[in-house]
Write a protein that binds this ligand. Sequence first.
Ligand SMILES: NC(=O)c1ccc[n+]([C@@H]2O[C@H](COP(=O)([O-])OP(=O)(O)OC[C@H]3O[C@@H](n4cnc5c(N)ncnc54)[C@H](OP(=O)(O)O)[C@@H]3O)[C@@H](O)[C@H]2O)c1
Length: 323
Amino acid sequence: MKVAVVGATGLVGQTMLRVLEEKVAPQEPVELYPIATRRSAGKKVNFFGREYVVRDIKEGIPEVDFALFSAGAEASRMYAPAFVARGAVVIDNSSAYRMDPKVPLVVPQVNPKDAFNHSGIVANPNCSTIQMVMFLKPLLDAFGVEEVHVVTFQAVSGAGYKGLFALEAEEEGGFYDNTPFAKRIHRNVIPQIGEFVEGYSKEEWKMINETKKILHADVPVNPTTVRVPVKVGHSEAVHVLLGSAPPIEDVYKVLERFPGLVLLGEDYVTPADVEGRDEVFVGRLRFHPDNPRLLSAWVVADNLRRGAATNAVEIMQLLAGRT
Ligand SMILES: NC(=O)c1ccc[n+]([C@@H]2O[C@H](COP(=O)([O-])OP(=O)(O)OC[C@H]3O[C@@H](n4cnc5c(N)ncnc54)[C@H](OP(=O)(O)O)[C@@H]3O)[C@@H](O)[C@H]2O)c1
C-alpha cells in the first residue's frame, strides 16, 4: 500500500508514522512518502526499519493509495484536491473540510458507514470532539442525550510544535516569539483556543458543530475550551443531560461494551497516565444528587494518538477493508 504522510515532520505526522508502523506495516508492506515543506525537505525519518527522505510538497504530487494530511488547513485546501486527482483517498486532520456537506467526518467507532460515502476526501474530527463523541455515542443510543456541557483541559501539543516550544521556553524562564497562545501558558490556564466568534472560541464552535455532524443528532453542546500547561493529553469534564434516568449500572454496561473506551467507574486517570494510548478513558462517573438524568464524567485521551493519528489510520484501515 502506498501512503503519503503530508506534514510528516510535525507532531501529528510523526505520531502517524509510529501508528502506521504499529498497526499497518506488520500486516502489509507500506511504501511511505513523507512530505512537508522546503523547511524540512531532505531531512530523514525512520519508518519500519528504513530511512526515508522528506520531500517538499512543491516537488510534485506522488501517486498513492492514501494521503494522510496533517499540515494545517491551508495546505489541505491547496493540495488535497491534487492528491485526489491522482487517485488517492485523502484523510485530512485539518479543519479545512470537516463541515463540508460532501465530506464525511468520521470516528470509526462511532459512524464508520459515513466513511464510505466520500468523493476522495474524508475528514478527521477535532481532537476534543473525537474523545467526547466516543463517550456520547453509546449514551445517545441507549438513553438519549438532551444536552451536553463540557469544559476541556487541553495539552499544548494540540497546537503543534509551536505549542510545545512555547511551554518549554517559558519553563526555562524565556519566551518563544512564535507562541500560538494568547497569554503565557507556563503556570497558567487560558480559556481561549482560537479566535472568538459570537462569544465562543473557534475550538468551541468545532465541538458544537462537529458533534452534530458525527452523531447525526441535533445535540446542543455547550463547551468552554481551555489550554493548560500539560504536554500531551486532553481531559474533559463532561456533563450530560440524558433522555431517561437509568441506574448507574446500566450506564456502566453500555460504556463497557463500546469499542475503544476504558471504563474506570468512580476512579479516574490523568493525561500523564495515558500518553501513548489509543483508548478514551472514562472515569468519575456519577449522577447528580438532585437530578437522576444529569450524568457527569472525566474523559481523558492522548490528543496526538486518539485525537489525530490513530483516528486517521483507523479510517484508512476501514476504507482499505483491513479492520
Ligand atoms: N496536534 C494535535 O493534537 C492535533 C489534533 C488534531 C488535528 N490536528 C491538526 O493536524 C495538523 C498538524 O498539526 P501538528 O500538531 O502536527 O502541527 P505541527 O507540529 O506544527 O506540524 C505541521 C506539519 O505540517 C507541515 N506543513 C506546514 N505547511 C505545509 C505545507 N504548506 N505543505 C506541506 N506541509 C506543510 C510542517 O512541515 P515543516 O516541517 O516543513 O514545517 C509540519 O510537518 C493541523 O491541521 C492541526 O489542526 C492536530
